[in-house]
Design a protein around this ligand. Structure first.
Ligand SMILES: [Fe+2]
Length: 205
């Protein structure tokens, strides 16, 4: 028995032009980072292609082709989604959050400074990512920690800010000084993009 699974290959998104002129994050770093993202897209397509032919009858929790492909698919898809958020909301002028996201930050964290301090600390504590996400069940923002592309998002929460703290995001520009990279990340956020997501996903309702 084989898995009847239909999927379409996807193509990597191009970088917005602003990404080549960030404040404190070099073009060389962004270009290398974008190539990593392209790799996630390629592997996502490759894995889904292999899943179409996998033998369902051999599925096994210790090791099986189905298990291996599905576990690593979550890494590839996580890598795509995380980086598409990351690249999309950089290229702005930073500063305190504005608009509906700014209102959510004030409501749930008390102030922009408190939100920024918590997200920065979460990023210092993570091994891969820190996200500000809106939990639709609890109806508030929270800064979540991630150790890899596929850990540890929670269900029914929509990420609105995605802070990449993998070393590949900053080693070229900052070596091991992650804290300074995080400051540069904040200085390049585009609040119009984030507010577009708040409105698109209805996060404030
Ligand atoms: Fe990354």
């Amino acid at each position: 028995m084989t898995l009847a699974y239909n999927f379409e290959e996807i193509a990597p998104r191009d970088l917005r032009p602003e990404l080549y002129e960030l404040d404190g994050i070099s073009r060389a770093s962004v270009e290398a980072h974008h190539r990593l993202y392209q790799g996630y897209v390629g592997k996502r397509n490759e894995i889904l292609g292999k899943l179409a032919d996998v033998d369902l009858g051999s599925a096994n929790q210790v090791w099986s082709e189905l298990r291996a492909l599905k576990v690593e698919l979550s890494f590839a898809v996580g890598g795509i989604k995380n980086h598409e958020l990351y690249f999309a909301h950089l290229g702005g002028v930073g500063g305190d959050p504005t608009g509906p996201f700014g209102d959510l930050v004030k409501r749930d964290f008390g102030s922009a400074d408190a939100w920024r301090a918590d997200l920065k600390a979460t990023g210092m504590a993570g091994r891969g990512w820190a996200w500000t996400a809106y939990d639709r069940d609890e109806q508030h923002l929270f800064n979540y920690v991630g150790d890899a592309q596929n850990t540890f998002p929670v269900w029914n929460a929509t990420p609105l800010v995605a802070l990449d703290v993998y070393e590949h995001a900053y080693f070229l520009d900052y070596q091991t000084d992650r804290a300074s990279y995080i400051d540069a990340f904040f200085a390049n956020l585009d609040w119009d993009v984030v507010n577009g997501w708040v409105e698109h996903y209805g996060s404030a309702t």
